[in-house]
Design a protein around this ligand. Structure first.
Ligand code: ZN
Length: 136
């Protein structure tokens, strides 16, 4: 089963929790044991799994990425000024795969699935969720 949804972002860089949306797709799929792949179809966004209970972790991640990969110093910046966003997206990755057990994502207590906007704000960030497995 595959389902897509889209997100609007409001900042150049931000993390948006999508665990609830992914969970509702898994419920609909009725898959009990299997895997769930969450993919974003963009070269300047990413999918990660981490904690968002303390929102400072999200801000710290953005600060760390900006220290490692500063904006404005790369060849691609001559084209559209967003080379840092492409590099951050490539390092973080466009997808995550999570096991499903008893119809639930097997996330750890502090793990949440998040879409990372790296070159926003954008109106239509596509997230594709693919659920594979057994219904019994
Ligand atoms: Zn670009």
């Amino acid at each position: 089963m595959q389902e897509e949804f889209s997100l609007s972002t409001t900042k150049r860089q931000e993390l948006i929790a999508i665990t609830d949306k992914v969970n509702s797709i898994i419920k609909k799929s009725k898959i009990k044991q299997g895997i769930c792949n969450v993919f974003t179809a963009h070269a300047t966004a990413a999918i990660i799994i981490n904690e968002n209970y303390d929102p400072n972790i999200c801000l710290d991640l953005i600060d760390a990425l900006n220290k490692l990969i500063p904006a404005g110093i790369w060849r691609h910046d001559r084209i559209d000024g967003n080379a840092d966003a492409h590099i951050k997206s490539a390092i973080l990755g466009a997808s995550e795969t999570i096991p499903i057990k008893n119809g639930e994502l097997e996330l750890g207590r502090w793990q949440s699935i998040m879409m990372v906007e790296l070159d926003g704000p954008r109106n239509d960030r596509r997230i594709i969720v693919t659920v594979l497995g057994d219904k019994d």
